[in-house]
Design a protein around this ligand. Structure first.
Ligand code: FAD
Length: 814
């Protein structure tokens, strides 16, 4: 006791250590050196002060030198920088603001010098208009540019959490904001597809995002700053630099203490440097990553504060150990919260781990609380776990509500070495306003357990593009598809799947998708138990697909393939009905709207409220496709409120030119003609077009089962049936059949040249979602019964064909 402790750095780690030391040792002399003007301030609150969310600057200043002196008897010396350490004589050299210097001796020394924003040698970086957001004076400067100098625009360079918080708050302060990021994604702790949810949110909020762009130069202009990104230039009133931090370890390096390659001070578990009287804590040290034992720099406030406390314990003679960091972090980005803990997929792959072999991941979309309680909104959880032990390695969550509590539960499980099984067993607090009886964390555990046991396989988020040979099976209802459909899919609603299995080829890989994942899982189980090989579930369903592919949708709007939501009419109509769909998860709101509109007459106006975040996009597309009018859409807190006018289907928007369907009447029963029509149908389906093949008269023979069927028929029908070919295998060429020789030769040549047989083409057409429709009228005339035709085809009259023909831009008669 009675030792002398010097602490360099007076904010998170330093201030915590100083007050802890006082509590442990009342008689010690404690001196804190801080080169800045402020100590113990809330640097994490600075962005919100810039945005005006925390209006009072004083709220951020937690202590002053005077208050620390009065309450803790700590000698705080601000505007004094420690410039060197003399380890032999155990003194530090201190430089005052006026340049004068003196030495101060220590018994134990703590380096809590933190980190500083990186300022690489980019030309023009020293301009007054290139700012950072790290300290209280930085925040003052930014506010000054906005309030006094009237800045109206800013380019934020860097998409890490400080850059994004700065962007949100500058936008809140009324500026137009661009974010430039060198990587292909913002928020490095997230995997790319999860970051896409943030990119989408930024686009929605009007932030201009420039990914994969590095700043090559800043140039002062008369009335602003030009930010050069290679060929592209951005002009704004100011630029905010947030491209990462470097540890303030210069004095440690000069004193010969060991540093890692990134300049982080190397410490042992007691947070001692290789000089036993010198400790270090906070952003400046290298830590052990608790998940895989690797060494890392994790500059976050939670670890800095805890390390300050542990270092103080040990400096005062105790024996505390710092186990390591998980990198648990959380970010508010407009309406979204993004959080992560542990390792990402990127990090695992970088460390040599192989997905599927050493680890796996599941992605689920779950409501934050019971769907029937108002205000439920979905969150997307990506869980990474080891194989085969199921140890939870990392988690990422993006959503609107309840994200923080879920990431904390997951971070705790990771910290304690828990497994997927632990997640299934956790008993978490539940009442409808807060959670579901199966909390999203439990659900992530259940799904991961299914994946570990091989009951479900999850595709990657980009599997639909990267595995073109796979059939994409959409098991949503038709009404959902009216709002949005995949670029390619075979559509069978879950309720019809068992009866329509014949339409799918069990040998081909199948990716199953629904709105969020539950129906897809059920569909996958049906397929797997019916002998289908290679069945995978699209993780997070249509919701996740749309967010991870949001750029495709923007592109479609820009190229006129989808109308913009800005096209809605202005009106003040008389309401006929209010429909409250809050708390319903997709597709609930759409189904409900559909049912309610059915009961109304044309022209009636309905107001629909929904909390499902995807509802706005859905209702826009759905009204357009169904001929109903969308009068307005507005946000009310977390809800979307849409005003609709019932219209009729005739008013439905035609698919744009080039995206319209193709119809083919297959009248002929000749092998070559049926083959030609199937080639066209498969080609059009592969281009993503809707195709209907209407089989009538002799063409019906192409759909006959080769093995026939036991059906009761009259004599004429039986004779007729016996004379006609059963299925494509028995069809003949229209020319040069030559008692079968010509037809056999043709089939031989096709096989030799690897051309699919007609039967295979028919199967492929079915798998690609081509509508195969048998004409019921000609079936009747020709005495053909349903049992004789292939499974999975549709039966309809000419009306159905004409409906499709009207929406098509190519109608063939073969
Ligand atoms: P600091 O708190 O940075 O303190 C180091 C101090 O040492 C500085 O004041 C510096 O002036 C002083 N110093 C350095 N060298 C010397 C010297 N030679 N002599 C005297 N004094 C010296 N983390 C989160 O976990 N969540 C968040 O939401 C979050 N938001 C943030 C937002 C912003 C804008 C910023 C800047 C940081 C944020 N952080 C956040 C990070 C967090 O603030 C840091 O990880 C934490 O403050 C690190 O604590 P530290 O004690 O190591 O360093």
């Amino acid at each position: 006791m009675g030792d002398k402790y010097l602490i360099v750095g007076g904010v998170a780690g330093g201030a915590t250590a100083a007050t802890r030391l006082r509590r442990l040792d009342e008689s010690a002399e404690i001196v804190v050196f801080e080169r800045g003007e402020y100590i113990s301030y809330a640097n994490c609150g600075l962005p919100y002060h810039v945005g005006g969310v925390i209006p009072a600057r004083s709220a951020l200043l937690l202590h002053t030198p005077e208050s620390l002196k009065a309450r803790y008897n700590i000698d705080v010396r601000v505007k004094q920088e420690v410039v060197s350490i003399d380890r032999e004589n155990k003194t530090v050299r201190v430089r005052r603001a006026d340049g004068s210097e003196y030495d101060e001796s220590y018994g134990k020394l703590l380096l809590a010098t933190g980190s500083s924003p990186m300022r690489p040698g980019i030309p023009g970086i020293d301009s007054d208009r290139v700012l950072t957001l790290w300290t209280v004076p930085d925040a003052d400067r930014l506010r000054g540019w906005i309030r006094e100098k009237g800045a109206k625009s800013a380019v934020v360079v860097g998409g890490g959490f400080i850059g994004l918080e700065a962007a949100e708050n500058l936008k809140r302060a009324g500026l137009s904001v661009s974010v430039v990021e060198m990587d292909r994604q913002v928020m490095p702790p997230l995997d790319f597809e999860m970051a896409q949810l943030l990119h989408e949110e930024m686009e929605k909020q009007g932030i201009a995002l420039r990914l994969e762009k590095g700043v090559t130069a800043f140039e002062d202009a008369d009335d602003g700053i030009i930010v050069r990104l290679g060929g592209e230039t951005l002009k704004a009133d100011m630029a905010v630099l947030a491209i990462g931090v470097k540890p303030n370890s210069q004095i440690a390096a000069a004193a010969g203490l060991t540093l890692n390659a990134r300049g982080g001070i190397v410490v042992n578990a007691r947070l001692q440097t290789d000089d036993p009287d010198i400790y270090a804590a906070g952003d400046v040290i290298e830590v052990r990553n608790i998940v895989d034992g690797s060494r890392a720099m994790i500059p976050l406030a939670g670890p800095a504060n805890k390390q300050g406390r542990i270092a103080a314990d040990n400096m005062a003679g105790g024996d505390s150990a710092y186990a390591g960091s998980l990198g648990t972090s959380v970010l508010k980005l407009f309406d979204l919260t993004a959080a992560s803990a542990g390792l990402s997929e990127k990090a695992l792959v970088k460390s040599g781990k192989v997905r599927g072999e050493h680890f796996d991941s599941v992605t689920i979309v779950q409501n934050d609380h019971a769907g029937y309680y108002p205000g439920a909104v979905p969150m997307t959880i990506k869980l990474l776990f080891g194989k085969p032990d199921g140890r939870v390695l990392g988690a990422q969550i993006v959503g609107r509500n309840g994200v923080d509590k879920r990431i904390d539960v997951l971070a705790t499980v990771i910290r304690l070495g828990g497994t997927v099984k632990t997640l299934t067993e956790l008993e978490l607090a539940y009442a409808p306003p807060y959670s579901s009886a199966k909390d999203p964390v439990n659900m992530a555990g259940f799904v991961a357990e299914n994946a570990l046991r091989g009951r479900a396989v999850f595709s990657r988020w980009d599997a639909i593009e990267t595995t073109p040979e796979a059939v994409v099976l959409d098991v949503r209802e038709d009404v959902e598809r009216e709002a949005w459909r995949l670029p390619r899919s075979k559509d069978i609603p879950l309720g019809q799947l068992r009866n329509r299995l014949g339409e799918l080829n069990p040998e081909l890989p199948v990716i199953v998708l629904c709105a969020a994942g539950v129906r897809a899982y059920n569909a996958a189980r049906i397929l797997m138990q019916n002998g289908f090989k290679g069945v995978s579930i699209y993780p997070g369903g249509a919701m996740h697909y749309r967010s991870t592919h949001y750029l495709d949708e923007i592109d479609a709007i820009e190229h006129g393939r989808i109308a913009d939501s800005g096209d809605v009419e202005e009106a003040e109509p008389v309401l006929s009905l209010r429909v409250d769909c809050r708390g319903m998860q997709c597709p609930g709101p759409l189904m409900r709207v559909f049912e309610e509109l059915e009961k109304l007459k044309d022209g009636d106006v309905v107001e629909v409220s929904a909390s499902d975040p995807g509802f706005q996009r859905d209702i826009e597309a759905w009204t357009r496709r169904t001929g109903n009018g969308l009068l307005s859409v507005r946000r009310e807190g977390p809800d979307t409120v849409a005003l609709l006018r019932k219209g009729n289907r005739e008013a439905a928007v035609q698919a744009p030119e080039g995206e319209r369907g193709k119809t083919i009447i297959v009248f002929s029963g000749d092998l070559d003609r049926v083959l030609a029509s199937l080639i066209i149908a498969n080609g059009a389906a592969a281009m993503g077009r809707k195709v209907t093949m209407f089989f009538t008269f002799w063409g019906l023979n192409a759909l006959r089962k080769p093995e026939g069927a036991r059906v009761k028929k009259g004599l004429i029908d039986r004779m007729f049936g016996a004379m006609m070919p059963k299925g494509v295998g028995r069809m003949k060429l229209s020319k040069m059949h030559m008692l079968g020789m010509g037809t056999s030769m043709m089939k031989h040549v096709m096989r030799k040249k690897n051309v699919f047989s007609v039967g295979e083409m028919l199967q492929k057409a079915r798998a690609a979602g081509v509508r195969l429709v048998a004409c019921t009228m000609s079936m009747d005339v020709m005495g053909i019964q349903r049992e004789e035709l292939l499974d999975g085809i549709e039966y309809a009259g000419v009306g159905s064909y004409l409906g499709d023909a009207e929406e098509a831009d190519l109608n063939l008669f073969v």
